[in-house]
Design a protein around this ligand. Structure first.
Ligand code: S3P
Length: 181
């Protein structure tokens, strides 16, 4: 089978959907952020705080290279970080390696899903004084700046009104129709 890569903004359900999808296909699931954390021995938040975003993007690019080189195996469902496909070379590599599925959701849904979790350095959760409107505005801007990158997926699923299981069913339907599974 062709590998499956889940892309999309924070809070669109990539990891939960990926885990379930892999279970249904009987293949292995890999969360790219978790791989980065395991191999570097630090959390994503720590990497951002100590080394900054640029260094994190470097680690992310190395993991994509290792992934597509087959170092983590094949027959995989992989969830990427929300910013992984902003890099053109990551996008190209992942599209060659697997079927790229982008998950989307409106900013209100994203905000309600991610709350004030500290695990996402770019979600503005640390700016405790920020109103919900300010956070929504910042996330909307970030989301818009990435839309062109996300749109290069093989197909896109809006997860706003769907349960995780329903998203998995929609993805399976797309894969069957396209003959990719
Ligand atoms: C990021 C999203 C996060 C994580 C990092 C940066 C982003 O992953 O990779 O905090 O740039 O959008 P999730 O999309 O899994 O939250």
């Amino acid at each position: 089978m062709k590998n499956i890569v889940l892309t999309g903004f924070m809070g669109t359900g990539k990891s939960s959907v990926g885990r379930l999808l892999a279970g249904e296909f009987g293949c292995r699931f890999l969360d790219l952020d978790t791989v980065i954390e395991k191999l570097s021995g630090r959390s994503i938040t720590e990497i951002f705080e100590t080394d900054g975003e640029t260094r994190f993007r470097g680690l992310e690019a190395v993991m994509v290279e290792r992934l597509v080189a087959g170092e983590f195996g094949s027959n995989l469902v992989v969830s990427t970080g929300g910013g992984t496909v902003v890099s053109e070379s990551n996008r190209r590599a992942l599209r060659e390696w697997g079927t790229v599925v982008c998950l989307t959701a409106p900013v209100e849904t994203i905000l309600s899903r991610i709350g004030r979790s500290k695990a996402r350095p770019l979600a503005g959760a640390d700016n405790k004084g920020d109103s919900i409107e300010e956070r929504a505005e910042a996330l909307t801007e970030l989301l818009h700046s990435r839309e062109a990158s996300y749109s290069e997926a093989d197909f896109t699923v809006d997860t706003a009104a769907l349960s995780i299981q329903e998203v998995v069913e929609v993805i399976k339907g797309h894969l069957l129709l396209s003959g990719k599974k």
